[in-house]
Design a binder for this molecule. Structure first.
Ligand code: HEC
Length: 93
């Protein structure tokens, strides 16, 4: 029965995709890199280009991100570290 064979295969593929998602989440942030944090958490109030035109030292980026968190940027400690590292590496003085 070809139709049935097809759906079994589809279930198997879905299962693999799901388990990859679960293990990715368990590893903590495989899917959240600095760039996606910048686009998803910082571009809600102003375009992310506001950050991109600046060249700052890691300490300055840390200060800016802390400042933005006070304004309302939603980042946990881990995400903040990832984002500051990303900004400091890509937009450094
Ligand atoms: C709740 C709204 C909000 C969010 C979220 C937000 N910002 Fe801002 N941001 C502002 C406002 C308002 C200003 C302009 C006032 C100011 O400069 O203090 C600003 C200004 C800035 C500036 C210019 C500051 C300067 O010194 O010239 C940078 C860089 C910046 N934001 C980066 C970020 C980054 C990186 C994030 C993500 C962590 C972020 N912002 C998230 C509201 C926000």
């Amino acid at each position: 029965m070809p139709a049935q064979g097809g759906s079994v295969k589809k279930v198997a593929v879905t299962t693999v995709a799901l388990s990859l998602m679960v293990s990715g989440a368990a590893l903590g942030g495989v899917f959240s890199n600095g760039q996606s944090l910048l686009e998803s958490r910082c571009a809600v109030c102003h375009p992310s280009s506001k950050a991109k035109v600046l060249k700052r030292t890691p300490a300055q980026w840390d200060g800016i991100v802390s400042n933005m968190m006070k304004k309302g940027a939603k980042l946990n400690a881990e995400e903040k570290k990832t984002l500051v590292k990303y900004l400091a590496e890509n937009y450094k003085k």
